[in-house]
Design a protein around this ligand. Structure first.
Ligand code: ATP
Length: 248
């Protein structure tokens, strides 16, 4: 049986500042429990797509002017980012955005701000996060601003996990990190997906790495999906090899 989609984006158009048409009819689906990669060059519209889903667009004067977005059976275009978080959809922004002047642990705790289930549950989720990210446990008393880029990326994902999400929109986790560290982070994403049931929509320029961890991928060019398919199929596609994997 085909899994129920946790997210479906249906033919959305996004315009910035009332004039700049950036997404020209983007559709995609994330199955329940899936990892889906959103691929494409710098400027193709990946971040805009994620922000359309999480409703972080408005802060940048962007609007979804056409189409619909359905998260767990509910139309969500009119909700606030905060309401999306409460429903279990969290974006981890590109560039990591930890609070540099807070400790790693304080950063993680900020992720629990929407929860009403008490200190014990939050404590236990903190331990859950540390079990996936032992490095964060070691660094828990350090100011996040003084930790490495990889640790900050882990901290940003860990903080998202503290909200008990159903889905994480993960924007360019590989950015600026050494390949081995990227591998480490993707490996943890895979575990969170498998063990905690979190679905991922993963925007990445690192096509090769993303297609090794995702089940399915969409390639965006200039605000449109130009190709989509199973990760294995995309990896063998001649155009993908030539333009995105640098082989062929
Ligand atoms: P990147 O890897 O740089 O994040 P991307 O594929 O995520 O690339 P977007 O950031 O979604 O691409 O940008 C898509 C297009 O929208 C680009 O042409 C960009 O200049 C434009 N754009 C992004 N944000 C805004 C904004 N706030 N106002 C106007 N135009 C914007």
């Amino acid at each position: 049986a085909i899994a129920e989609p946790v997210l479906s984006v249906n033919n959305i158009e996004v315009i910035y500042d009332h004039v700049i048409l950036v997404l020209k009819g983007v559709s995609l689906t994330v199955p329940e429990g899936g990892i889906v990669a959103l691929l494409g060059a710098n400027g193709a519209g990946k971040t805009t797509t994620l922000k359309a889903v999480s409703n972080l667009l408005r802060a940048e004067r962007g609007d979804v002017t056409k189409g619909s977005i359905v998260f767990r059976g509910e139309r969500v275009e009119a909700l606030s980012p905060n309401q999306l978080v409460r429903r279990g959809c969290i974006q981890v922004m590109e560039g990591r955005h930890c609070f540099g002047h807070l400790t790693v642990e304080e950063n993680l705790l900020t992720g629990a701000f929407t929860r009403r289930d008490g200190a014990a549950a939050i404590r236990s989720d903190l331990e859950m996060v540390y079990s996936y990210f032992p490095r964060l446990k070691e660094r828990r008393q350090s100011l996040a601003g003084y930790t490495s880029g990889g640790e900050q990326q882990m901290c940003a994902i860990g903080r998202a996990m503290m909200a008990r999400p159903k889905m994480i929109l993960l924007d360019e986790p590989s950015m600026g990190l050494a390949p081995q560290l990227v591998e480490e982070i993707f490996e943890i994403v895979r575990q969170l997906n498998g063990n905690e049931g979190v679905s991922f929509l993963l925007a990445e320029q690192n096509t090769n790495m993303a297609l090794r961890y995702a089940g399915y991928g969409y390639i965006l060019e200039n605000g449109r999906v130009v190709l989509d398919g199973d990760a294995a199929t995309l990896r063998e596609n001649e155009d993908v090899k030539e333009f995105y994997l640098g082989i062929g």
